[in-house]
Design a protein around this ligand. Structure first.
Ligand code: NAD
Length: 492
């Protein structure tokens, strides 16, 4: 069994309180690890280490080329460890091994992308209005970063935060979700192997309301980057106000997937399934809100049902499995509650809604692929994030109606639509108010493109050039090459 410690100031340490936590496999509840359960004191020690490494340890002054080299080494190590890392992620989250392998490829790609970007921004000279002067605008690392990640994509989400912070020259304290810390601990070991100096990368474990809140509140933290639910994001914003630290938030989503009657029917069906049942719907960008135009609605639903009945549910380690369990018993209870609410609100359950019959799956936190039809835009199942294998289908008549209904949400992370009409592609992509809009595709993201939400889906952007800029302060340096006396006050 794995024993996990925290990594503070270049040392692997137990919690000061001695507390530990059992980490379970969501497939059968078996224990996969016992890890340190940190508290506020541990968080304060990690913040102090990151502060020292930033203020006096010389890390921000490390040449950008060297920061890039270290990140490239980390990318190499992730590639070397791809298979064991993927297995660890599957044990910890229940997702299929194939999905975990894709995650690891993305993680390596993220470290490599920011390795290449570390030394690309040399600042710019801007036009000064004053003769004999120069004005330069440079970007500098923002400082000590608190980073808090969720359980659905543990290592992927951690890498979105660690890589740009390290490329920019920041130091960091990472706190993974308390229920899925294993791959984050392993990447921390790999960072140690890559050669990061003590205090630059620190990883702490423990409950969000203690350890995470300490990061958000601390006056010694300059930036807090958080991925998780909206309510937690709001608490973090409030906590961050104390020292007006920078706040970057990647929050939830309720993402419309709109199918117009002129779409490529079979391809749209295929992607509608992938948009939701990937990782059992536990994706911030899941296309759980399906909207289908009247003319093809019934045929579309029929085809969806036919495919959904054949989805193979099981252990993520079994190569035949297409959909694994939900992360925890608590989370399953939340998804089941939404299924109940949907029924009461008048949606028609067309498939699923329950647990699998197979006794071999009885110990896992499974919910079968679920489809609700006759859904209306006002229903809670349509408006709120379920984060499970549940699709709601709404009918619409016109393009204007589809766009207005899709935009009528407190979220704004992503949206997709399917059509063959080029004019509609232009119109609808401009009209949808979401951070990412996919045309004839869904759930596609890559490190080169910025990711983040409008409205309550978040603040700031991760990935791409924008993801690096989040970790920088902008400084204007003005130099006068021929300073003369002004001969103003008292000189006449
Ligand atoms: P969560 O908000 O419960 O927890 C996320 C993290 O915050 C965990 O590490 C947790 O320990 C910590 N935390 C909890 N309370 C805290 C507090 N008071 N102060 C500081 N930290 C605290 O979310 P979750 O259930 O782990 O993840 C699911 C949510 O994450 C969903 O809403 C999903 O949409 C969102 N998510 C968003 C994105 C995105 O890119 N926008 C990606 C993945 C997940």
């Amino acid at each position: 069994m794995i024993k996990g410690k925290m990594y503070i100031d270049g040392q692997w340490v137990e919690a000061r309180s001695g507390a530990t936590r059992r980490i379970e496999n969501p497939f059968d509840g078996s224990e996969v690890a016992e890890v340190a359960e940190g508290g506020r004191e541990d968080a304060r020690a990690a913040i102090a280490a990151a502060r020292r490494a930033f203020d006096t340890g010389g890390w921000p002054q490390t040449p950008a080329v060297e920061r890039g080299r270290l990140l490239a080494r980390l990318a190499d190590l992730v590639e070397r460890e791809r298979e064991p890392l993927a297995r660890l992620e599957t044990l910890d989250t229940g997702k299929t091994l194939e999905e975990s392998r894709w995650d690891m490829d993305d993680v390596a790609g993220i470290f490599r992308y920011y390795a290449g970007m570390a030394d690309k921004d040399g600042g710019e000279v801007i036009a000064s209005p004053n003769p004999g002067t120069t004005s330069r605008v440079v970007r500098e690392p923002v400082g000590v970063c608190g980073q808090i990640s969720p359980w659905n994509y543990p290592l992927l989400q951690a890498s979105w935060k660690m890589a740009p912070a390290l490329a920019a020259g920041c130091t960091l304290v990472m706190k993974p979700s308390e229920i899925t810390p294993l791959t984050t601990l392993r990447i921390t070991e790999l960072a140690e192997e890559a050669g990061y100096p003590a205090g630059v990368v620190n990883t702490i474990l423990g409950p969000g309301p203690d350890v995470g809140a300490e990061l958000a509140e601390s006056a010694d933290v300059d930036l807090i980057s958080f991925t998780g639910g909206v309510a937690t994001g709001q608490a973090i914003m409030r906590a961050a106000a104390g020292n007006v630290k920078k706040v970057a938030l990647e929050l939830g989503g309720k993402n419309p997937n709109i199918v117009f009657a002129d779409a490529d029917f079979d391809v749209a069906v295929d992607h509608a399934l992938n948009a939701v049942f990937f990782h059992a719907g536990q994706i911030c960008s899941a296309g759980a809100r399906l909207m289908v135009q009247d003319a093809i609605h019934d045929r579309f639903v029929e085809k969806l049902l036919d495919r959904m009945k054949r989805i193979r549910v099981g252990s993520g380690l079994d190569a035949a499995t297409e959909m694994g369990p939900l992360i925890s018993a608590d989370h399953r209870a939340k998804v089941e509650q939404y299924i109940e609410i949907a029924r009461k609100d008048g949606a028609t359950l067309a498939l699923g809604g329950g647990r699998p019959d197979d006794p071999a799956l009885a110990k896992g936190h499974f919910v079968m692929p679920t489809l609700f039809i006759d859904c209306e835009s006002h229903m809670r199942i349509v408006r709120e994030e379920v984060f499970g294998p549940v699709i709601t289908v709404e009918r619409f008549a016109t393009e204007a109606e589809a766009v207005a209904r899709a935009n009528d949400t407190v979220y704004g992370l992503s949206a997709g639509f399917w059509t063959r009409d080029p004019d509609r592609m232009a119109r609808v992509s401009a009209a949808l108010r979401f951070g990412t809009v996919w045309i004839n595709d869904f759930n596609v993201y890559f490190v080169q493109a910025p990711w983040g939400g409008y409205r309550q889906s978040g603040l700031g952007r991760e990935l791409g050039r924008q993801g690096l800029e989040e970790y920088t302060e902008v400084k204007h340096i003005y130099q006068n090459h021929a300073t003369e006396a002004i001969n103003w006050f008292g000189s006449k």
